[in-house]
Design a protein around this ligand. Sequence first.
Ligand code: CO
Length: 409
Amino acid sequence: MRRLDELAQFSSRNGEITRLYLTPEHRAAALKVREWMQAAGMRAEIDAVGNVIGRYDGTTLNARSVLIGSHVDTVTNGGKYDGSLGVLTGIHAVAELHAKGLRLPFAIEVLAFGDEEGVRFSRTLTGSKAVAGILEDADLDAADSAGITIRDALTRFGCDPLEIPRISRRKEDVLCYIEVHIEQGPVLESAGLPIGVITAINGATRFKVEVAGTSGHAGTVPMNVRQDALAAAAEMVLAAERLAQQTEDLVATTGCIEIRPGVVNVIAPSVGFNIDVRSSKDDVRQNTVAALQDSFQAIARRRRVAVTTEGFYDEAAVTCSSWLVKALEAAVARLNLRPYRLPSGGGHDGLAISSLCPIGMLFVRCAGGVSHNPAEAITADDADLAIRVLLEFLQHFEPDDAVSGIREA
Ligand code: CO
């Protein structure tokens, strides 16, 4: 908990936790994490895409690895635990093994990914995609609001973007990936449980909606001839909310809207807003997105405004491996806790890593389900339990199970 407080100090703004990918505060945090990894008995380095990777060797040299990871970037004005908890629990689990002089029949690697939130470059999962070997060279051309590309920012960070292809892992070198993360929702707290085992990570689609109407004087244009882009957009936002309420296992959100020119006595001629749609079922998500686009067209026709939609993000849902779900549940049960399964509404680095190896995830209860917010809070006891579950899992993990588990799946 002290280290998580310490990590929170690496921020671009005083009194906030804002640590975006490839910024000086990200670099400072990465160096601190590397130091902690080394103190826990790992060899650690910052890789070509800005991830920190620590390795704790197994009983044999070149043994395959269990990966434990999460991210050290934050959203703007985020919390102390989102991402960082998963990195710190991994480091502390290894520190515990190291302190006891224990080596396991596999290596453990702790990964602190640099870019999960995607705030700076509007690209998510850059670090984990590179490790999974699915980061494309063109992804490095994404630029931040100042026009700096990921490629340039990497060079300034001290990384060599040309080396990125070399950090991708071979499937035969890794056994599985485990991520501990705060729940970022209220389910575990209301169930009175500290730890949950994740079954799937919801897929997500985000799209931009532009509504074009006609500007007019708020006092002189009669109501029946208006082409009010904002009123149309409002109806669209509510239509999305209603459809999501009526659809099982799906959520839809409008979190930002831009009204132009945004003047009190002018009928808005132009409005842009975004919609974020998530579900653990890809077909449900895709059908809903199509239905929303149809309904926006209908609203626009009726209100005599124009509407265009443009998708800018699409991630399929990912299922956690059933044998890992069972192994994590068994670890939870050995600590006399009730195993509890839930899906993850948020995206995580495991999404990218799932194309490399089987993934499993643990959620840790967080106060009020609050996240992406400085009020994010967990207890030291719950963090401790997460480390114990990891240790239970690791100490009962047989590399051969992974191989047969993969075959079963
Ligand atoms: Co996170």
